[in-house]
Design a binder for this molecule. Structure first.
Ligand code: GRF
Length: 206
């Protein structure tokens, strides 16, 4: 299978609806990801809505059980993946994947890590905690993935206001919009080698 030279081959790992995956697929279809290609979608849930999004976009996809880490490593290698994007992936990534893809695995989190992150902070639970805290601002984070949960070096963050009357669902929808734009911008920057990481810090070069 001929792989396009100079193109970053991206695998997106999902467990759910896949609106972040869709944002990347839309960017690619719209010519906004010229140096990247979503080459594979992997889900740890057979019925994940994101698998239908992949099929509609003509992107190869696979179900890989969280109990079969060896298969995950194998399929990533088979498809010659350069960059792994966790987009609502709820399983812990096998250490072997993190080790062999260190610095090439990123995650999108629907809050400003290190706040409202780590074990148990996923889905609506994140936004429920933000509302319970009384904070007037939340946001989205894209970070490198390390052996921890949501603890990797932050690449970029964007603030999102918390408004009076917000329910967890309303806040989640507002944060998701920012996630879609932030993730697309970070993936684009990574495919264009504009992300720098040094002394535990990372940033996007303009
Ligand atoms: C997003 O809020 C993401 O930040 C979190 O899980 C959610 C996935 O949503 N990790 P979707 O499946 O991309 O719509």
């Amino acid at each position: 299978m001929g792989f396009e030279k100079g193109i970053t081959r991206i695998a997106v790992l999902i467990s759910g609806g896949g609106t972040n995956l869709q944002a990347l697929l839309d960017a690619q279809a719209g010519g906004r990801l010229p140096r990247g290609r979503v080459a594979l979608v992997v889900s740890d849930r057979k019925n994940a809505g994101g698998l239908a999004r992949a099929a509609k976009a003509g992107v190869a996809s696979a179900f890989v059980s969280r109990k079969d880490p060896g298969r995950l490593v194998e399929i990533l290698r088979e498809r010659q993946i350069d960059l792994i994007v966790l987009a609502g992936y709820l399983s812990i990534l096998p250490g072997e994947v993190i080790a062999s893809f260190r610095g090439r695995v990123i995650n999108i989190h629907p809050a400003l890590t290190p706040l409202f992150s780590g074990m148990g902070f996923y889905g609506l639970k994140v936004h429920e905690a933000v509302l319970a805290s009384g904070m007037k601002v939340t946001g989205a984070t894209v970070h490198f993935v390390d052996e921890g949960v949501d603890t990797g070096t932050i690449i970029a963050q964007r603030p999102v206001p918390v408004l009076d009357g917000d329910t967890p669902e309303i806040l989640q929808a507002r944060v998701l919009e920012t996630e879609h734009a932030l993730l697309t911008d970070c993936v684009k920057a990574l495919t264009e080698c504009r992300v720098r990481a040094k002394n535990g810090k990372a940033w996007v070069e303009e």
